[in-house]
Design a protein around this ligand. Structure first.
Ligand SMILES: Cc1cc2nc3c(=O)[nH]c(=O)nc-3n(C[C@H](O)[C@H](O)[C@H](O)COP(=O)(O)OP(=O)(O)OC[C@H]3O[C@@H](n4cnc5c(N)ncnc54)[C@H](O)[C@@H]3O)c2cc1C
Length: 482
C-alpha cells in the first residue's frame, strides 16, 4: 500500500512449501506491500496429478515440475530459498531450515505452512523398500525404472516362474492414483512395448489392482467407481477388492482376504498408493503452540480462518490442514493458500482486522480421474459422467492448471504422440533410479550399506556383473535368480 516504506519495515511473510498451497499463496500476494520468503525442500513446483505419466514414460519431469524461482522470477516481492524446515518458533516468529547441514533462521510476521503430505504405509515403513509410493519426482523416476527394469529382467529370465514374477505388476490402492497407474501400466504393456522384446510378449503382463475397501474410487461413488472398474477390466487389469496387503517383500505381496485367509501374489514390481500421512511440520506446530492438535493422519486441526489456536498470523493450508469437508486435493490447497494470502493482504492494507476475518469456505469444483487414454470419470456437484467427454474435461483442466506456457505446449505435444500413436517420449530409465534411494537410506546404517553395495555390484541375471534396473531392488542376487 505504502510505496515509501523501506524494505526493513515491510511485513514479512514466510511461506513453507512450493506445492499448490504455497505457490498460489505467493502469487496472490504479488501486489501486496510485503516481503515474501518461500522456503521449500524441493526446487520445483510439482504438479503431482501428472506424476503417474512421468512414471509411465509419457511426460518428462520438466513438464510437471518447473523451477519455482523461475516461476516467481518477475514477482519482485518474493524470494525463494531452498531448505528443509526443521523447526517453527511461533512465539518468536522464526522458521529454521536446513540445507546441506547448515541451518538458516528466517523471521516472519505472518506464516503460511503448506508442507503437504507424504505416503503412508500405516506403520509398515519397511514396505517402502519394495513398493515405492508416488509423491515425488524421485518416486516417479524410480517407478519408471522398476517397471521398465522388470520387463528387461523378464526378457532374460529362463525359469518361467521367475519370468511370471517379473511380468506381474501389483498396484496397491484403488484411489485415483492407483487407477491411473494401473491403467497406464496396462497400456504401456499392450501398446507401447508390444513387439519390442524377443523372448516375452509384453501383452502377457498381469496388472493387478489391490484394494482393501469394497470398491474402486470409493469416494467418487458406486456409479463412477463401477465405470472405472469396468474400463480397467476391459483393458485386462485384474481388480481384487476387500483384499488387505499384510506384507510386501522383494518377491511379492501377502494378501488377507475378507474371509481371513492369506495368499501370495508373486510380483517383482509393486507400487504403493494406499494412504497419506501429513508432513511432520504439523506435529512440530502442535508441540510449539498451546492447544493445537493433529488428527490421525498428522493433519493440523485449524481454526475456521485456517490459523492455529492463539496465533492468528500462522496459517496452515493444503494437505497439511484438517478441515471437515475439504478433501486432500489440489483445489483445497489452492483455495486455502489464496484465502490465507488475501487475509494477510487485507490486514497489511488496513482493510480488515483479524477479528473480522470471515471463515474459510471451500468451493467444491468436483473431482476426476483418468482410467486410460480417451476414458475418464468426472464428478461436478451432482453431475456424474464418464468416457470420452470426461477425458476431454480432464485434459483441459490439467492443461489449465499446469504452470507455464512451455509446459503446456510440450505436454500437448507429448499427449498427442502418446494418445494418438503408441509411442511414449520418455522411456529412459537407469539402474541408479532404482538403487539411489535405497543406497541413501542405507547410509544411516553402514552394515546395511555394505550389504547393499554387495547386492548392487553382485551377480545379475544378465551375467554382466551389474544388475539391470532391477525391480527386486534391495534383495540379494541369489534371490533374484529365483
Ligand atoms: C500422485 C498424485 C496424484 C494426485 N492427483 C490429483 C488429482 O488428480 N486432482 C487433485 O485435485 N489432486 C490430486 N492430488 C492431490 C494434490 O496433488 C494435493 O492435494 C496437493 O498437491 C496439495 O497441495 P499442498 O500445497 O498442500 O502440498 P504439496 O503440493 O504436496 O506441496 C508441499 C510442498 O512442501 C514442501 N515441503 C514439505 N515438507 C517440507 C519441509 N519440511 N520444509 C520445506 N518444504 C517442505 C514440498 O517440497 C512441496 O513443495 C494428487 C496427489 C498425488 C500424490
Amino acid at each position: 500500500m505504502n510505496a515509501e516504506k523501506s524494505v526493513a519495515q515491510r511485513h514479512r511473510v514466510v511461506v513453507i512449501g512450493s506445492g499448490f498451497g504455497g505457490l498460489f499463496a505467493c502469487k496472490q500476494l504479488r501486489k501486496a506491500d510485503v516481503d515474501i520468503t518461500l522456503i521449500s525442500k524441493t526446487s520445483t513446483h510439482l504438479f503431482q496429478p501428472l506424476l503417474y505419466q512421468v512414471a509411465t514414460g509419457i511426460l518428462s519431469t520438466g513438464e510437471i515440475a518447473p523451477a519455482t524461482r523461475i516461476v516467481l522470477r518477475k514477482q519482485r516481492n518474493a524470494r525463494v530459498i531452498m531448505g528443509e524446515v526443521t523447526d517453527i518458533d511461533v512465539e518468536n516468529g522464526t522458521v529454521t531450515s536446513r540445507l546441506l547441514n547448515q541451518d538458516y533462521v528466517t523471521p516472519f510476521d505472518s506464516l503460511i505452512v503448506a508442507a503437504g503430505a507424504q505416503q503412508s504405509y500405516f506403520g509398515n515403513d519397511h514396505f517402502a523398500t519394495y513398493a515405492p509410493g508416488m509423491k515425488t519426482i524421485d518416486d516417479a523416476l524410480e517407478l519408471r525404472a522398476r517397471i521398465l527394469g522388470s520387463f528387461e529382467e523378464a526378457e532374460l529370465a529362463t525359469d518361467p516362474e521367475v519370468r511370471d514374477r517379473f511380468m506381474t505388476f501389483v498396484v496397491v490402492g484403488a484411489g485415483p492414483t492407483g487407477v491411473e497407474l494401473a491403467g497406464q501400466i496396462a497400456e504401456l504393456a499392450d501398446r507401447t512395448l508390444d513387439g519390442s522384446f524377443r523372448n516375452i510378449d509384453t501383452r502377457d503382463a498381469r496388472v493387478i489392482l489391490v484394494e482393501g475397501a469394497g470398491a474402486v474410487l470409493a469416494p467418487m461413488g458406486p456409479k463412477l467407481g463401477g465405470k472405472a472398474q469396468q474400463r480397467l477390466e476391459k483393458m485386462g487389469v485384474e481388480i481384487q477388492l476387500n483384499a488387505i496387503v499384510t506384507n510386501v517383500d522383494a518377491r511379492g505381496v501377502t494378501i488377507k482376504d475378507q474371509d481371513g485367509s492369506e495368499r501370495r501374489i508373486e510380483s517383482a514390481c509393486k507400487v504403493w498408493s494406499a494412504g497419506v500421512q501429513a508432513s511432520g511440520l504439523g506435529k512440530i506446530l502442535a508441540e510449539r503452540s498451546k492447544g493445537t492438535e493433529v488428527d490421525r493422519a498428522g493433519r493440523v486441526i485449524v481454526e475456521p480462518d485456517l490459523t492455529i489456536k492463539g496465533y492468528p498470523n500462522v496459517f496452515v493450508v493444503g494437505d497439511l490442514m484438517s478441515v471437515p469437508g475439504v478433501p486432500g486435493q489440489a483445489q483445497g490447497a489452492i483455495q486455502g493458500g489464496t484465502y490465507a494470502a488475501k487475509a494477510i493482504k487485507a490486514e497489511v492494507e488496513g482493510k480488515q482486522k483479524v477479528e473480522d476475518r470471515k471463515p474459510f469456505k471451500y468451493f467444491d469444483k468436483g473431482s476426476m480421474a483418468t482410467v486410460s487414454r480417451f476414458s475418464a470419470v468426472c464428478q461436478v456437484g451432482k453431475l456424474e459422467f464418464s468416457g470420452f467427454f470426461a477425458w476431454l474435461a480432464w485434459l483441459g483442466l490439467h492443461l489449465w492448471y499446469l504452470v507455464g506456457f512451455r509446459s503446456r505446449f510440450v505436454t500437448v505435444l507429448e499427449w498427442f504422440v502418446s494418445f494418438l500413436g503408441r509411442h511414449r517420449g520418455q522411456m529412459a530409465a537407469t539402474e541408479q533410479w532404482v538403487f539411489a534411494r535405497l543406497a541413501l537410506e542405507a547410509l544411516d546404517d553402514p552394515v546395511e550399506a555394505r550389504q547393499l553395495a554387495k547386492q548392487i555390484g553382485g551377480e545379475s541375471s544378465s551375467g554382466n556383473g551389474k544388475s539391470v534396473a532391477n525391480a527386486e531392488a534391495g534383495k540379494s542376487s541369489q534371490q533374484r535368480a529365483g
